[in-house]
Design a protein around this ligand. Structure first.
Ligand code: AMP
Length: 418
């Protein structure tokens, strides 16, 4: 029988690597909860229509989605991103605004797997609903920035653009279409026939032919209406005021269609450029209404956990913290002391572990060493008979001494106290 393996484009995370995931999510929660964002949980799958409404003409929805019919005949999709799900939840529950939510979870895209590009990948992110204020754009962008800094990342580049709104996007789109019409023969095979469906897509097409056309195309940021221009100036001015360096990226259109005004991406400069986006987001003032809810502005970002960890490796930050317990109980008097002591220690909030299956004292001490415990509690037949436990420091002078059984938890607490 062939060995079972995880599906292509997915992976397992075991300790100690998984400890970094815990740290990363903990740091993210601390940063965003410190700004009033609360955790939101949504299902991993949704009705297909949730995603079709947000990106019917994008690769993410057209080509890469894991969609299927369930046993009840419903059209279902594994989420390719989180924003649409959070918007769906907002519309369904109508929390009072401003509503500031954060999330962590996996997304699914049927892509060609390679380093930094998986079929199931994980994101942390935030979404904020109910304010058009450009200072909220500054808050959101700054929180992403702050999070990378808190992980120890220093080589992050912030790219910012504006995609305009319902006033200035249509005339810009017409201008872009006219330009692309004239350059039709220079576009890649896929876009030559289809550019009119979604002309903005040409701007982030990775093929060299389209890239050259995009470089000379008119830029939305140079054709903003007064409202969008003021918003963009306030946003970038706010970043300057907070000392967050940013770079104008006129071709930053992002992979889904719902963005208005501010879009941004964080690039990990220590990573290979093809897969160096460690996160991105933007404003989506029309999305809630497009999805059937009350007109409500919104903005958010999603950051790729795997890419961030790759950037941490490349920059030599966020090492895997060793998994440790405080105390290891070595029992070669039958195991009852190990059973009862570990339970008592854990009840007292002390991290404790032990060996099973009556291993030899030597094997148990080896496990104690590996556990990272600062103290070993040793119970042999003599201690068992005398009702004592030998407390033995695992480092330093290793001066060990017997303690009466009923006093051992208190004694351990005293020794472990900072
Ligand atoms: P997107 O909304 O597509 O820009 O995704 C946001 C972030 O998620 C990206 O900046 C990446 O860090 C990460 N990401 C997107 N797709 C993948 C993937 N297939 N594998 C790993 N990470 C991804």
């Amino acid at each position: 029988m062939s060995e079972l393996r995880h599906p292509i484009g997915t992976f397992d995370v075991l300790t100690p690597d998984s400890r970094r995931w815990e740290t990363l999510v903990g740091v993210f929660a601390r940063v965003v909860e410190g700004a009033g964002y609360g955790l939101v949980l949504t299902p991993t799958f949704e009705d297909l229509s949730v995603f079709q409404r947000v990106g019917a003409s994008t690769d993410i929805v057209r080509k890469e989605m894991y969609d299927f019919e369930d046993k009840g005949g419903r059209r279902i999709a594994l989420r390719p991103e989180m924003t649409a799900s959070v918007v769906r939840a907002y519309i369904q529950h109508r929390p009072t605004t401003p509503w500031k939510a954060w999330y962590v979870g996996s997304n699914f895209r049927y892509e060609s797997p390679q380093a930094g590009r998986y079929r199931e990948f994980h994101q942390v992110g935030i979404e904020a609903f109910g304010a058009v204020d450009a200072d909220l754009d500054v808050e959101v962008i700054a929180l992403g920035w702050e999070f990378y800094r808190a992980l120890g990342l220093r080589r992050i580049q912030l790219l910012v653009n504006s995609l305009g709104d319902a006033t200035c996007r249509p005339p810009y789109r017409a201008l872009l279409l006219e330009y692309l019409e004239g350059r039709r023969d220079d576009l890649c095979d896929e876009h030559r026939e289809r550019f009119a469906d979604n002309p903005l897509r040409i701007l982030d097409c990775k093929r060299p032919t389209c890239h050259a056309v995009a470089a000379e195309a008119p830029k939305q940021v140079e054709h903003l209406c007064d409202g969008c221009a003021t918003h963009f100036a306030r946003t970038t001015g706010g970043l300057d005021s907070l000392g967050i360096p940013w770079t104008l990226a006129t071709d930053l259109v992002r992979g889904l269609d719902y963005y208005t005004r501010t879009t941004f991406e964080y690039a990990g400069l220590a990573l290979q450029s093809a897969q160096n986006a460690v996160g991105g987001g933007g404003r989506y003032d029309g999305l809630v209404e497009e999805m059937g809810g009350p007109a409500t502005p919104g903005i958010g970002f999603a950051l790729g956990v795997e890419r961030i960890l790759m950037a941490c490796d490349a920059e030599g930050t966020l090492p895997s913290p060793p998994a440790t317990v405080d105390v290891f109980v070595v029992d070669f008097a039958g195991g009852s002391a190990a059973r009862d002591l570990t339970a008592q220690l854990r009840s007292a909030g002390i991290r404790a572990d032990r060996a099973f299956d009556g291993r030899s004292p030597k094997a148990q001490f080896k496990s104690a060493d590996r556990s990272g415990a600062r103290l070993a509690l040793v119970v042999g037949p003599d201690e068992e008979a005398a009702g004592t436990v030998v407390v033995r420091p695992m480092a330093g002078d290793r001066q060990q001494r017997p303690v009466e059984r009923h006093r051992v938890v208190a004694e351990v607490s005293r020794l472990l106290a900072p």
